[in-house]
Design a binder for this molecule. Structure first.
Ligand SMILES: Nc1ncnc2c1ncn2[C@@H]1O[C@H](COP(=O)(O)OP(=O)(O)OP(=O)(O)O)[C@@H](O)[C@H]1O
Ligand SMILES: [Mg+2]
Length: 350
């Protein structure tokens, strides 16, 4: 059974404080939508509105064709996994996984088979008789995912499911989640995170939230290659955001003219030029910028240079740099015209 999720102008308020402001968003059946945004932007609130743990002040929530706005959580057909595994400590793994099915009134005879199936999917079959305290953090989170899957939800809600895990485990679990999604192609997933790598890796589309509002929504490639707002540019991937004045087929940055596609941004307007640090090269080239090195960081695969140009600190991520410049050195940076995106003043405030 596949069913998408639709937010229809959903607002949530605590007292006078609107924490979700008229959210319009559709998650297609079988789609993974990441909700990405800084702390306090309303991501968890949006998820809880789908789960039925907060009541919208206005607007409707649909799961598939069904208006679920007034339904209690257990009638919504959703599975949910939160950051803190939230397993019952006094129950064995198998009992934890069976728990949700009892609330759903799944026939008793079906439960053991479905517990085994869910534990199998998450690679936890041999841990069924353990207690949560006998598992590592990553294993506990697998059990929490198994518990959510056991009810065979049409919709899976994941709220920072990996954030309590260390970096290495997180990247392993990210692969596991991608595999699970391939095995369950009909399940729609709403995945809350403030980690852009998770969002870029896992999501079909990313919804970017800031201050209770949806700022942007698109595929990872769209948001990364052609962000529409400064907020998106800086939140999805690293970005140099340079203040420029728009001319015809070029912009001026300080005293330098840079060739870029100015699209339909009006001549004479002030705008922001977005250039990704890994697309900036060292040495002379098209769109050359000269400045003084303020900082050099070695990051293993790359060197990150910070170069002061026309009052801005430009970031460049450079590979294969055998002899990096030193702090205070004069260097020239460059980037290709097609690697810059001009963000017009009119679209930057979303
Ligand atoms: N029960 C509550 N009562 C009052 N305010 C709340 C309540 N729950 C959340 N808020 C407020 O709503 C806003 C949005 O919270 P929410 O949990 O949705 O943020 P978030 O985007 O998930 O952040 P984080 O990344 O830190 O988890 C915050 O300002 C928070 O303080
Ligand atoms: Mg949250």
């Amino acid at each position: 059974m596949s069913s998408g999720i639709r937010f229809d102008r959903v607002s949530v308020a605590y007292g006078k404080n609107t924490v979700l402001d008229a959210l319009d968003l559709t998650v297609e059946p079988g789609e993974v939508m990441a909700l990405l945004g800084p702390s306090g932007s309303g991501k968890t609130t949006a998820l809880r509105a789908v789960a039925g743990f907060v009541r919208p002040a206005s607007g409707r929530v649909f799961i598939g064709e069904r208006d679920v706005t007034g339904l209690p959580p257990h009638q919504r057909g959703i599975g949910m996994v939160v950051q803190q595994y939230a397993l019952f400590p006094h129950m064995r793994v198998a009992e934890n996984v069976a728990f949700g099915m009892k609330a759903q009134k799944v026939p008793k005879s079906e439960i053991p088979g479905r517990v085994a199936e869910a534990l199998d999917m998450t690679g936890m079959a041999s841990y069924a008789r353990r207690f949560p305290r006998e598992l590592s953090g990553g294993q506990q989170q697998r059990v929490a995912i198994a518990r959510a899957l056991a009810i065979r939800p049409g919709v899976l809600l994941l709220d920072e499911p990996l954030s309590a895990l260390d970096a290495q485990l997180r990247s392993g679990m990210l692969g596991e989640l991608a595999r699970l999604h391939r095995e369950l192609p009909d399940v729609s997933i709403l995945y809350v995170t403030h980690d852009q790598v998770e969002a870029l890796t896992l999501a079909d589309r990313i919804a970017v939230m800031d201050k209770a509002r949806l700022k942007d929504c698109g595929t990872p490639q769209e948001l990364y290659r052609a962000p529409r707002t400064e907020f998106t540019a800086s939140f999805v991937g690293n970005a140099n955001l340079l203040p420029v004045r728009v001319g015809s087929g070029a912009v001026s940055f300080g005293a330098t003219d840079l060739k870029v596609d100015t699209g339909d941004v009006a001549q004479g307007a002030t705008a922001t030029l977005c250039v990704r640090p890994h697309l900036v090269g060292l040495g002379d080239g098209p769109n050359a910028l000269s400045g003084r090195v303020a900082e050099v960081q070695w990051r293993g695969a790359t060197h990150r240079l910070y170069v002061d140009v026309a009052g801005e600190r430009v970031k460049a991520d450079l590979r294969e740099l055998r002899t990096p410049p030193g702090i205070g050195d004069e260097v020239t940076l460059h980037f290709a015209p097609e690697d810059a995106v001009l963000l017009g003043a009119g679209v930057t405030d979303g």
